[in-house]
Design a protein around this ligand. Structure first.
Ligand SMILES: Cc1cc2nc3c(=O)[nH]c(=O)nc-3n(C[C@H](O)[C@H](O)[C@H](O)COP(=O)(O)OP(=O)(O)OC[C@H]3O[C@@H](n4cnc5c(N)ncnc54)[C@H](O)[C@@H]3O)c2cc1C
Length: 331
């Protein structure tokens, strides 16, 4: 079985964390491994994984492949996949790769499955695992069709890092593109509070917007404390549905959107650690951080059943005071 690991390089020329994990997934299948990379340049990324055991490295490089664009990315991925002739193609579920995965599969006559959380080879069969219907059902997929292109989620596979010196066979690709990338306009890194790669998930609950012991609401202070903690720790921000809904009505924290919601009808992110603050809900505690490694909560209510039941450690304390002190210490 020939397995192609396919990825784009990052703006610094190296490989991202998601790509290193996808390579770990591809390697775990145990076949004859081929590496295919595309981007502005590929040598640095190839050198990062030179010792991964691949029998061949293919690359497509040049200014046309520096930024994400459907026409050029799909052409590069197609050329690499055709040169490799692999039965299984494993790529990371980055937004850039996800955009072209289905189109590339169509060009190759391949089947495609995305956002896999497990990939195993045994007894000549490959079994892929992924969640369906907002993480309610775990599905196992086996396919006879080849080629089979899959993308794998981050946080599910051990990254492969094997630096050395790789010999890359460069493929000439002239993409037929109609659009030019003129400029990338993106919020400042600090303005983005959803950080999938962060070590810590901070969950903010509706308590931050409730009247406190002095009978007053302290929403501005809550915003300052939460942003202060995020800035000091570079944690990712999640929120309960109640707080997100209030924020949508302009009643609570202005930087929260529905993208932040964790839980049954929100996201289930993967971070090594989680800290829930001012949060009581069942959904954020039971579903929202089911994939969080180590879980702690701060709640005024010692009887908060979900924090008690689902957190490894519950601090019965005022989150305003704790976070304020924490930010001071971290500074
Ligand atoms: C079909 C369905 C789907 C749902 N999906 C989701 C979902 O995906 N995600 C989700 O979050 N919810 C979901 N919910 C809603 C969920 O059931 C809860 O209503 C919600 O999570 C409660 O939010 P909360 O814990 O932030 O607020 P609350 O229940 O109001 O809790 C606030 C907490 O803050 C504490 N507190 C107040 N002040 C302080 C302080 N100074 N220091 C420390 N603690 C303090 C209080 O003790 C209290 O425990 C769903 C509900 C339904 C019916």
């Amino acid at each position: 079985m020939k397995v192609l690991f396919l990825a784009h390089t990052e703006s610094d020329g190296g490989l991202g964390k998601a790509a290193a994990e996808a390579l770990g997934a591809a390697k775990g299948l145990g076949g004859e491994l081929v590496v295919g990379l595309f981007g502005a340049e590929v040598q640095k990324a190839a050198d990062c994984v030179a010792g991964c055991g691949a029998v061949k490295f293919y690359g497509v490089a040049g200014p046309d492949f520096a930024t994400a664009r459907y026409g050029s990315d799909a052409a590069a991925a197609e050329a690499i996949a055709k040169a490799a002739g692999a039965e299984i193609i494993v790529a990371p579920s980055t937004s850039r790769m996800s955009r072209v995965a289905a189109g590339v599969a169509q060009r190759l006559g391949a089947k495609v499955d995305t956002r896999l959380t497990g990939l195993e080879a045994a007894d000549g069969k490959i079994t892929a695992t992924r969640w369906f219907y907002r993480q309610r059902m775990l599905g196992k997929i086996e396919r006879d069709a080849r080629p089979w292109l899959v993308t794998v989620d981050t946080g599910c596979f051990a990254p492969c890092e094997a630096p050395g010196s790789a010999t890359v066979e460069m493929l000439a690709v002239t993409p037929a593109t109609r659009s030019q990338v003129v400029q990338v306009i993106a919020p400042a890194a600090d303005a983005q509070t959803i950080r999938p790669d962060a070590k810590l998930l901070l969950v903010a609950g509706a308590g931050w917007g409730k009247s406190q012991s002095d009978g007053q609401k302290h929403v501005d202070e809550a915003a300052r404390l939460i942003l202060g903690l995020l800035s000091a720790t570079q944690a990712s921000l999640g929120s309960s549905k109640s707080l997100v809904d209030q924020s949508g009505e302009g009643a609570a924290l202005p930087f929260l959107t529905h993208m932040h919601q964790v839980g049954q009808t929100g996201a289930t992110p993967r971070h090594p650690k989680g800290l829930a603050t001012c949060c009581h809900g069942e959904e954020p505690h039971v579903v929202g951080w089911r994939f969080i490694g180590e879980r702690r909560a701060i709640n005024l209510d010692a009887n908060c059943g979900w924090a008690q039941g689902k957190a490894d450690v519950l601090y019965v304390a005022d989150a305003f005071a704790v976070v304020s002190k924490l930010v001071d210490l971290l500074k």
